[in-house]
Design a protein around this ligand. Sequence first.
Ligand SMILES: *[C@@H]1O[C@H](CO)[C@@H](O)[C@H](O)[C@H]1NC(C)=O
Ligand SMILES: *[C@@H]1O[C@H](CO)[C@@H](O)[C@H](O)[C@H]1NC(C)=O
Ligand SMILES: *[C@@H]1O[C@H](CO)[C@@H](O)[C@H](O)[C@H]1NC(C)=O
Ligand SMILES: *[C@@H]1O[C@H](CO)[C@@H](O)[C@H](O)[C@H]1NC(C)=O
Length: 474
Amino acid sequence: MAAPPTSRRLALGLILIGALCSAAAAARFAPVDNHLLACGAAAPAVLPDGRRFVPDSGCASTRLRSSSPSLSSAAPPGSPPPPSPLHASARVFSCRASYDLAVRRRGHHILRLHFYPFAPALAASRFHVGAAGLLLLHNFTASSPVVKEFILPVDSDVLVLTFVPDSGSTAFVNAVELVSAPEELVGDIGTLVTSGAAAQIHGLSSQVFETLYRINVAGRKVTPFNGTLWRTWVNDEKFLVDTDSANYRAWSFSGRIAYPKGNRQMTREVAPDNVYNSARSVRPGANVTWGFPVPAGSRYLVRMHFCDIASKVLYELYFNIYVNGDLAVKDFDLSSVTGFLAYPYYIDFIVDVKDERILKLAIGGSKKSLSDEVSGILNALEIMRMNKTSGGMDGDFSIDLDMEYVVGKGIGEFARSLLCGFIFAGLFVALVMLVLRLRTELRNNSGAWSWRPMDSGEGKLARAYQLVPSKTDY
Ligand SMILES: *[C@@H]1O[C@H](CO)[C@@H](O)[C@H](O)[C@H]1NC(C)=O
Ligand SMILES: *[C@@H]1O[C@H](CO)[C@@H](O)[C@H](O)[C@H]1NC(C)=O
Ligand SMILES: *[C@@H]1O[C@H](CO)[C@@H](O)[C@H](O)[C@H]1NC(C)=O
Ligand SMILES: *[C@@H]1O[C@H](CO)[C@@H](O)[C@H](O)[C@H]1NC(C)=O
């Protein structure tokens, strides 16, 4: 007997929903290259977002090279629990060292370097970091926990990531991510804003970008756990320069963000729903301004994200966009470029910051606007610093990033550094096991317990540890 039409329709609906869900799951970005390294760690570290960072020693697609043994270091016992499992260990270099990261697909990659100075010696270390021959961090110190993110084009089969301690210092890193970026993330054209007329410039896709700010305007923090591409977006409130709250209004939207179907340029990887579904609007005739401290003397890419979640009908909003006080777009008509409400859109502006050390961005309500309350909108923004020369983010410095090796020696050193890593990993495991055993002993036999010597394997490792130079032993 045929099922009644209503239940058949229900079944059909369920199948449809299922198909949509699986299509959405299939559409999730899966990076071809996905190196996640927990440096100096003895065991994989699993993050709340589900990603698994593997120890940097003995990983098939990564090679650690150094001219003297690099040491893995664990946070000292008794220190406060680290904010992330990635912060429990570090790799410490006393000489130039590099990771060779295999690249399966050339093109743009996201590189994140995690620094968590859990020991005073790490906070005091001063070093340089280069990738693919370009100096990313010059004379860098990480006195507080920080993640440095770069977006860079890679056109070789191996990305060499080099750490060079400044003279008399060491270098360290807690974790490394090298992830393929989706093609739509980096465009080639931007609008250069100056006090004269704005001009289109080309060639952005060959530049290296350092992410300085990623802002979810009027929204909650978005983390690798609930965003896309494992990025973090923070609220804009503390960057607002205007104090007159009558000028702006915060919006949050519970409807669907209308990502264009079949458009490969505007996807959730550009910015996710929970970034577009909040915004600040500006009144006609008023300005809302944000100010961001930035290093002077650099060129910046400013990506402003717009999505009209405030209007009830199209063609009501007209607004001006100012970049560092200069008019970048006059009477911007978002409806004309999108054709829909709740449709995400972004514009890439390029701006040179000379001595001001602050980058000011503003939206200003236009007289052309048809609404009395909302004239313009901003949902999110990203500020990226661009490389100054083809040698470095800060310009050219005479820091040798090459890692030259006589093949035989290179392999020997490689083996030695691996061995060194294993010895430390072994020591760490031995310590953990000792602590665990003590705890069980205490629990099982809450009276007196006797210390028993560890069995042979661990004993050997502990002895081997004595042979390792203690210069960088934290
Ligand atoms: C790094 O900075 C320190 C202190 O400012 C300075 O002594 C040193 O020469 C710098 N090193 C390089 C390579 O610029
Ligand atoms: C995203 O997740 C973080 C926790 O990782 C939470 O604090 C935040 O509120 C979430 N944001 C949104 C927009 O759901
Ligand atoms: C808005 O900001 C721009 C750029 O700083 C300025 O030229 C303009 O006069 C401001 N408008 C208002 C109404 O304050
Ligand atoms: C930035 O680096 C890239 C890659 O090395 C290079 O092609 C580009 O010319 C550099 N930019 C500047 C402004 O020198």
